[in-house]
Design a protein around this ligand. Structure first.
Ligand SMILES: Nc1ncnc2c1ncn2[C@@H]1O[C@H](COP(=O)(O)OP(=O)(O)OP(=O)(O)O)[C@@H](O)[C@H]1O
Ligand SMILES: [Mg+2]
Length: 271
């Protein structure tokens, strides 16, 4: 992967020469990746190609066997686990496929959790957490427990939780993997738009070309190696957004229901 075509600004996240093996299985075989603030990168590839391992190495969850990971110029691959854990809590945000919310906590406390873990008093943390509900179209859902949220709503709560500490990079592993296509497009459009509006970088692992099209760039991984890195043409992203909006509104001859009432507030995040 190269950073050709990225902005001249110094990258916020760089992985270089990344190698990682599990026993005899080589999961990463020399990956280069570079990401600027506000930029979104989709990581695609067959099952077992190393996508999640790449995400885990970039996010300081796994340590690469070889290579470097730099966050704003600082080596994070050499840090000990307590430092990396602190970094993950304060400078990174995570969105997974599903099951990441604590079922016994209402939505607002789920979002407030990273702040409370950082020592913020509960009342203040919940107040700050609640500020994210309107931008994510979640007004009125503050007191709901995850079991009473739809899949798309639960993912939006997870996005709020990933953003609440003002991270520099958001990592999302198959964030739409458990959602139907229409809900998945709602979630990825919000994730890309709101991350960009916050000036954070975004890494999205996905199997879905439609999800990748929302991102600025796509890298394809095969056998732990990047096989292709391309930039989404601006025009293509706009065409995609228009086609998506038409489909969501039921104009494409599909029987898909229109976007649910109350979700119009997301429009500002569409590309
Ligand atoms: N903790 C682990 N222990 C042993 N092998 C692992 C571990 N994590 C990943 N692997 C192996 O490394 C390779 C890459 O796995 P990885 O999870 O990164 O793939 P992936 O591209 O995310 O696949 P999927 O699309 O199925 O999620 C696979 O062969 C996998 O079995
Ligand atoms: Mg994976």
């Amino acid at each position: 992967m190269t950073s050709s075509g990225t902005s001249a600004a110094s990258p916020v996240l760089v992985g270089s020469g990344l190698m990682k093996s599990f026993g005899l299985t080589r999961a990463l075989a020399g990956v280069e990746v570079s990401l600027s603030a506000g930029e979104s990168l989709a990581v695609m590839g067959p099952s077992g190609s190393g996508k999640s391992t790449l995400l885990h190495c970039l996010a300081g969850i796994e340590r690469p066997d070889e290579g470097q990971v730099l966050l704003a110029g600082e080596r994070i691959d050499q840090m000990g686990e307590p430092e990396r854990s602190e970094l993950r809590r304060t400078r990174f945000g995570f969105v997974f496929q599903s099951g990441q919310l604590l079922p016994e906590l209402p939505a607002d406390e789920n979002v407030a959790l990273p702040l409370m873990l950082g020592g913020m008093p509960r009342r203040q943390a919940v107040r700050k957490a609640r500020e994210w509900f309107a931008p994510l179209g979640l007004e009125g859902k503050e007191d709901r427990r995850p079991g009473r949220l739809s899949g798309g709503q639960a993912q939006r709560v997870a996005i709020a939780r990933a953003l609440v500490c003002g991270p520099q990079v958001i990592f999302a592993d198959e964030p739409t993997g458990a959602l139907d296509q229409t809900t998945g497009m709602e979630v990825i459009s919000l994730l890309v738009g709101i991350t960009r509006s916050q000036g954070a970088a975004l890494v999205v692992v996905t199997h879905d070309e439609n999800v990748a099209r929302w991102c600025d760039r796509t890298v394809r991984v095969r056998d732990g190696r990047p096989s292709e890195d391309h930039r989404t043409p601006d025009g293509a992203a706009v065409t995609h957004a228009v086609a998506y909006a038409a489909e969501a509104a039921g104009l494409a001859g599909r029987s898909t229901p229109a976007r649910p009432a109350g979700d119009e507030g997301h429009a500002g995040y569409r590309r």
